[in-house]
Design a protein around this ligand. Structure first.
Ligand code: 13P
Length: 262
């Protein structure tokens, strides 16, 4: 098995204000040295990206904490008459290296289909960003025993036309919708089963070596007290953290668990 990087990303969603975003960033940056063996990523609301970027940086532009920055969403076009949207290159311009694409909230509340997610993920790659492509089943789909079919279809649709190089530059986040913001975390076995399924599907889309190199994060009620067991699973390479990423201590504790399991 490839030694994959561990990546723990905080999805702040539509939370915090300017002062709280800067304070949280500084606290995460100050504690990041205690998280070895893991990459920490912050995904603030777009309007605070620049503030977070500057809170991470020294005057010379370097980021001594090693914490990096991601967007929560992007548009698939490079520029033009798309009121309210953000182009991939704009995210790069303010210091992003990553962008979450196809979060379940985007899928359900904003009508994003696998096809839209596919064009966004390709646009992210073209701009030099690493897309964090989200997939996951609803409770109803799980209860109907359709998890494998739903996740497979999301993987196939979201990654349609990806070359091995594209896939190698992509992170997948498995976020069961029923576990997001509910406090109901998937058991390590449930999560591992779907992560393994995703990895084997990635192998059929490209090849085994590429699939083996792809970081697959788990998301959905990840907290300091459940991170270690999730991190101990062979195909769980990191976490996409919502609520717990709004508290520096909790986010850093999750990062430590994943780093220690690497
Ligand atoms: P919670 O960690 O709050 O469940 O959110 C998960 C999530 O949606 C991260 O993208």
């Amino acid at each position: 098995m490839a030694a994959r990087r561990r990546i723990v990303a905080g999805n702040w969603k539509m939370n915090l204000d300017h002062a709280a975003a800067v304070a949280l960033t500084k606290d995460v940056a100050a504690g990041a040295a205690s998280c070895t063996g893991v990459d920490l990523v912050l995904c603030p609301p777009a309007i605070y990206l620049e503030a977070v970027a500057s809170a991470l940086q020294l005057a010379d532009g370097s980021s001594p904490s090693g914490v990096t920055l991601g967007g929560q969403n992007l548009h698939d076009q490079p520029k033009g008459a798309f009121t309210g949207e953000i182009a991939p290159a704009m995210l790069v311009d303010v210091g992003c290296r990553w962008c979450i694409v196809g979060h379940s909230e985007r899928r359900t509340l904003f009508g994003e289909t696998d096809q839209i997610i596919n064009t966004k993920a390709k646009a992210a790659l073209a701009a030099g960003l690493t897309p964090i492509v989200c997939v996951g089943e609803t409770l109803e789909e799980r209860e109907q025993d359709r998890t494998a079919a739903v996740v497979t279809a999301q993987i196939d649709g979201s990654l349609h036309g990806f070359s091995a190089a594209d896939l190698a530059g992509t992170v997948i986040a498995y976020e069961p919708v029923w576990a997001i913001g509910t406090g109901k975390v998937a058991t390590p076995e449930q999560a591992q089963e779907v992560h393994a399924l995703i990895r084997s599907r990635l192998a059929t889309l490209t090849d085994a070596a590429t699939a083996d190199s792809v970081v697959i994060q788990y998301g959905g009620s990840v907290k300091p007290d459940n991170a270690a067991v999730l991190a101990s699973q062979p195909d769980i390479d990191g976490a996409l953290v919502g609520g717990a990423s709004l508290k520096a201590d909790d986010f850093l504790a999750i990062g430590k668990h994943f780093g220690a399991a690497g």
